[in-house]
Design a binder for this molecule. Structure first.
Ligand SMILES: Cc1cc2nc3c(=O)[nH]c(=O)nc-3n(C[C@H](O)[C@H](O)[C@H](O)COP(=O)(O)O)c2cc1C
Length: 390
């Protein structure tokens, strides 16, 4: 998505400016070209050399250094990003002041701007700053953060610049067409756990990566997203409604509770299909061996599939082989609109990796795709769904 995109990055005088060196590195790694503008105050914290090295490009600091650069730089940029954004630069943007290279470029830029504010909580809460921020938001300036956390002054409060990965997501979102705006999409992700006693459970190898990628992609495309997740090490995407569950039964209840008003449900979770028939209240004694009797867990997909009135329904079929027949049968047996088949034993296409190779099965036909990133799979799937939930 960021390949060949031209990003104008403004950095200002906050201690958080060192994080922006990594931001440039990540943007260029994803194929974007980054042109950095530094304010005088930012150069007290980090030298232009650091940004020159990571962006492989000259850094601009002075409006008079290259007389028409405040127009030429912005005329072909796809996006302007200010990270970190000081209270001072936000005030200048809101007031239309153009007394340095960055504020002059902001006025001459016609495209979208993303800001990632960073400052002490007292400055952040100041009503003058809040008024300026609100005014920029009303003009369409996109704000990422700030977060609550440990600040440079030692206080634990709101004012910390968002993590670079969240700023990256804000940038991707700003560059994405909002074709799912007004839609509500529910996504399930991760494994579920079925306990045999208070400390032991049955589960599976799902990491949640596929479902989290779908939730992020749907958010970027403007949808309202509810993510219902079993235990996963991943950070929930900011902006999504998030429900953490453990067992298949809990996942079922959370899904049913949120079903109303959803336009589509994408069930990417790898739920445990069985659970121990009896759950012991105390840790089972290991002496003497153990025979477990299992029962089936609730079948969430078919429960929704055969409802009279229901959202567009997508299920996943993770198989351990290339035989697609069970996935085809699942489409009919569960009453789903789409089943996404993947062979988890095929290299790069299973649990705990960032790639997947899928076949989309619908009544209308099947399409197989090459190995691609889970982010790409997510967009591909949402392209299909967008077609059915106009
Ligand atoms: C150590 C130090 C840290 C600072 N951190 C911040 C900050 O995080 N956010 C902020 O708005 N101002 C911060 N300031 C104040 C700004 O650097 C100051 O307002 C400056 O004029 C901003 O200029 P600029 O917006 O042109 O970069 C800090 C100042 C110092 C000395």
């Amino acid at each position: 998505m960021l390949k060949n995109r031209k990003i104008l990055l403004g950095v200002t005088g906050s201690i958080a400016v060192y994080k922006s060196v990594d931001l440039v590195r990540r943007l260029t790694k994803e194929g974007a070209s980054v042109q950095v503008i530094m304010t005088d105050a930012s150069r007290k914290f980090v030298t232009p050399l650091s940004f020159e090295v990571v962006s492989q490009s000259r850094v601009f600091t002075d409006t008079f250094q290259d007389p028409l650069s405040h127009i030429s730089l912005t005329s072909d940029a796809d996006l302007m990003v200010i990270a970190p954004a000081t209270a001072n630069i936000v005030g200048k943007f809101a007031g239309g002041i153009a007394d340095d290279m960055l504020s002059t470029c902001f006025l001459s830029f016609k495209g979208k701007t993303v800001i990632a504010p960073a400052m002490n909580w007292r400055m952040y809460e100041n009503p003058v700053f809040q008024k300026n921020l609100g005014y920029l938001a009303s003009l369409g300036v996109i704000q990422v953060g700030p977060e609550k956390g440990s600040l440079a002054c030692g206080d634990d409060a709101v004012g910390r610049m968002s993590d670079v990965s969240d700023i990256m997501e804000g940038i991707r979102s700003a560059l994405t067409r909002k074709d799912l705006s007004g839609k509500r999409i529910m996504v399930t992700a991760g494994p579920t756990r079925e306990y045999m006693d208070p400390v032991r459970f049955m589960s599976n190898r799902s990491s949640g990566r596929m479902g989290y990628a779908i939730a992020r992609a749907a958010l970027r495309r403007g949808a309202e997203v509810i993510l219902i997740s079993g235990p996963s090490p991943l950070k929930p995407p900011s902006g999504a409604g998030f429900v953490a569950v453990e067992t298949t039964g809990e996942m079922r209840d959370a899904v049913m509770k949120n079903l109303k008003d959803s336009d589509a449900v994408i069930m990417a979770a790898a739920v445990s299909d069985f659970s121990p028939e009896d759950k012991n209240d105390k840790k089972i004694d290991k002496s003497g061996g153990l025979v477990l009797k299992l029962k089936k867990t609730p079948d969430i997909l078919s429960e929704i599939g055969f409802m009279k009135k229901r959202p567009f329904l997508v299920g996943f079929a993770a198989e351990t082989g290339a035989d697609i027949s069970r996935a085809r049968k699942k489409l009919l047996d569960k009453g789903a609109d789409v089943v996404v088949f993947n062979n988890v034993l095929s290299p790069g296409s299973g649990f705990d990796v960032d790639t997947n190779q899928i076949t989309i099965i619908q009544k209308e036909g099947e399409s197989s795709f090459p190995l691609m990133s889970k982010d790409e799979v997510a967009d591909l799937l949402l392209d299909r769904i967008a077609h059915f939930i106009p």
